[in-house]
Design a binder for this molecule. Structure first.
Ligand code: GDP
Ligand code: MG
Length: 440
């Protein structure tokens, strides 16, 4: 995943006071690949990376953050900035006037569904919306809007499918003004691909009636295509805002970033499901975390589940609780950690762990893994099972047996104690806590 990649890159940046140009360059090369994988457009990535580069070089590594976390912090802040920093509300006229909203987008993007979702939100705010069935091409389109309207308790204006969308729009607005509606949402037709006649129809509607907001609906799962669609609609038709649908799927949502910077128009809402209540306000900071996949406890748990033998983990967890953790466990634990991509990678995925671990040098632990193994193997059975037996003469003997300096044995003993302490703070990871997310 993206998160793993970033963590891996940044592992190399640990333990430095100030970010050098070379550090930042190397890290950003990987960030670039990762963003491209998350569906951020090439042009946007290029601009983004160069602006980060400028900002990150020479940046001081903040307090308890590692250099890697510092770069992540900068990248996150810049991603948020690119998405407009703030949440944008849908623009409406005063309640005494009629606000006409025209929905635009390709077929299947989610226009008809989103029309009803938005109407329900506006109704909850005290507006009186009317939906207008302007898709006269797709056979079941009118019926679909009527069904959706009924679900949210909002009337649908229709004139059948023999009348032009322009006339239906006019008719709907007339109906609204006679019947006290103050929002009219036009559900228009889409095509499978961008085509001129579809866009011309939207322009004709806008020439005939006063459309206050043209909202483009795009499917987040289509990635780069969604970005291209947004760019074309904005150039040819002109849009005021975007709704990004189907973010409940497994897409990273990088399209959100590109859409904002390609069109300059805000994302107003995100579609989070097929239900008509599944429409959420767009929060740039949340989207940035999603794109980077940070604090991704779930993926950490999955990773642990995939690599750690469950039985062994359970046993270990019990030992920890009884404070029986010994050098044999330490050895097998280090081997598990190695399989899982290193201690630094694991801990940096846990929000809030950074500051607690500021004094613990994980990478050094990983590098000396081999030597640690030989040190432990030089201990007697008794010593391995009873860490309390350790004393200076035993340490001398062990160092000799492993062919290392006694200072390394001392360091191992210290690391062992740190590890023991740390493992106690993470019983869930090591098998004592929830197991629900495991498997699969
Ligand atoms: P239109 O052709 O643009 O009017 O698209 P529709 O509103 O008919 O939606 C096409 C399909 O996408 C339907 O099956 C919807 O239920 C589904 N859909 C729309 N928005 C979302 C969303 O946010 N999440 C999910 N999972 N499905 C959605
Ligand atoms: Mg439709």
């Amino acid at each position: 995943s993206l998160s793993d990649k970033l963590q891996n890159i940044f592992k190399n940046l640990r333990g430095k006071g100030r970010l050098s140009e070379a550090d930042v360059k190397a890290a950003l090369k990987e960030v670039k690949m990762a963003l491209l994988e998350a569906d951020v457009s090439f042009k946007v990535v290029k601009q983004f990376i160069s602006s980060i580069q400028e900002r990150a070089v020479g940046e001081e590594v903040f307090g308890s953050l590692t250099p890697g976390q510092t770069v992540i912090k900068i990248v996150t802040e810049e991603l948020i900035k690119l998405m407009g920093s703030e949440t944008t509300e849908i623009a409406l006229k005063p309640a005494s006037e009629i606000t006409v909203i025209m929905m635009a987008g390709l077929q299947g993007a989610g226009k008809t569904t989103t029309t009803a979702k938005i109407a329900a939100k506006l109704k909850a705010k005290g507006r009186k919306p009317l939906l207008a069935a302007c898709d006269v091409y797709r056979p079941a389109a009118i019926k679909q809007l009527q069904v959706n309207g009924e679900k949210v308790g909002i009337p649908v204006f229709t004139m059948g499918d023999k009348i032009s969308p322009v006339d239906i729009a006019k008719g709907a607005i007339e109906h609204a003004s006679k019947n006290g509606f103050n929002v009219v949402i036009l559900d228009t037709a889409g095509r499978l691909h961008i085509d001129e006649s579809m866009m011309e129809e939207l322009i004709r509607i806008r020439e005939a009636v006063e459309v206050y907001q043209t909202l483009l609906v795009v499917d987040a799962m289509t990635g780069q295509d969604a970005v291209n669609v947004a760019g074309t609609f904005n150039d040819k038709v002109g849009i005021d805002g975007v709704i990004l649908t189907k973010l409940d799927g497994d897409t990273r949502g990088g399209a959100a970033l590109s859409i904002r910077s390609v069109t300059g128009k805000p994302i107003l809402y995100i579609g989070m499901g097929e239900k008509l209540s599944d429409l959420e306000q767009f929060y740039p900071d949340r989207m940035a975390s999603r794109i980077l996949g940070m604090g991704d406890i779930q993926s950490l748990i999955e990773k642990a589940a995939a690599e750690v033998d469950e039985e062994q983990a359970k046993e270990l967890s019990q030992k920890l609780r009884k404070a029986e953790f010994d050098y044999n466990d330490f050895l097998s634990q280090m081997q598990q950690i190695k399989k899982m991509g290193g201690m630094g990678s694991i801990l940096s995925m846990m929000p809030g762990m950074g500051s607690q671990l500021a004094g613990v040098d994980m990478d050094e632990g990983e590098r000396s893994l081999r030597r640690v193994e030989s040190i432990i193997l030089s201990m007697t059975k008794e010593e391995r099972a009873n860490p309390g037996l350790m004393n200076p003469s035993r340490k001398q003997r062990i160092a000799k047996g492993a062919g290392v300096d006694v200072s390394e044995v001392n360091r191992l003993v210290k690391q062992f104690d740190q590890m023991k302490k740390m493992m106690k703070q993470m019983p869930g990871l090591m098998g004592g806590g929830k197991r629900k997310g495991f498997g699969g």
